[in-house]
Design a protein around this ligand. Structure first.
Ligand code: ADP
Ligand code: CDP
Length: 209
């Protein structure tokens, strides 16, 4: 399940995994965890060489339970801190560093290889697991995505969210290594006018097809 921020990847993937009795992996949380650690360490995130030099150090461990996806860095539970605005604002720069991607993609492939799973991210169908049985690319209008995100973040306006998301979308889709794009063979699903339950039902239909 790939797509831009706020298209519904996490909610839809977790709902589908629950309904299908499958594991679930949030690869964005892994990039966020790497970014959280870099910020803790005071690494200069505007210097890709500095990020590349340190990215092999943190132990990043992802859970795969759709009811409570866990993420730990060097044994510390970072599920809360990785959603803070400092991480959200910096994650696209860290995720653009090829060495970071190589390391996290290898970890993701290890988890995926252990058995059937629903995986969400930006490059799952194109790079991480091109042989996936079902590839879905979720979209929604920029306004709908910003409205959804601002409803989740206390004190934020739709306009500010839309601006921040547009900045991240541009960085994610123009980076040189594995940019956000629709994978060959993916089915595009526009969720703008659908409810979450309708999107999950459509995904389950596509899986059973
Ligand atoms: P992403 O992982 O793509 O950033 P999320 O699943 O985190 O997206 O966020 C989507 C938010 O929008 C959730 O709060 C979800 O409940 C809400 N939402 C509202 N309508 C829909 C819909 N049709 N499809 C998916 N999510 C929806
Ligand atoms: O929840 P949201 O869609 O806003 O973001 P996320 O899935 O948590 O991903 C955070 C960031 O990680 C993205 O903006 C990308 O920069 C990066 N990412 C990536 O490069 N590749 C992935 N497979 C997943 C996330």
């Amino acid at each position: 399940m790939d797509g831009p921020s706020g298209s519904g990847k996490s909610s839809v993937s977790r709902g589908a995994a629950r309904a299908l009795g499958l594991r679930y992996l949030d690869t964005g949380a892994m990039y966020r965890a790497m970014t959280w650690w870099m910020l803790q360490q005071g690494v200069d995130l505007t210097d890709p060489a500095a990020v590349a030099a340190r990215c092999g150090e943190p132990a990043i461990v992802s859970g795969t339970d759709p009811d409570g996806p866990a993420i730990h860095v060097d044994g510390v539970d970072v599920a809360g801190p990785i959603r803070e605005s400092d991480v959200t604002g910096a994650v696209s720069a860290v995720a653009a560093v090829p060495e970071v991607r190589a390391r996290l993609v290898a970890l993701q492939r290890e988890i995926i290889g252990a058995g059937d799973i629903v995986v969400e991210g930006r490059d799952i169908g194109s790079v991480v697991w091109p042989d996936a049985a079902v590839k879905i690319y979720l979209t929604a209008s920029p306004e709908a995505r910003a409205r959804r995100r601002s409803a989740e973040v206390a004190g934020s306006t739709v306009e500010a969210q839309q601006e921040a998301m547009a900045r991240r979308d541009t960085l994610d889709s123009t980076r040189k290594t594995d940019p956000l794009s629709m994978a060959a063979g993916a089915i595009e699903l526009d969720t703008t006018a659908l409810t979450l339950d309708e999107v999950i039902a459509e995904v389950l239909r596509l899986v059973k097809e």
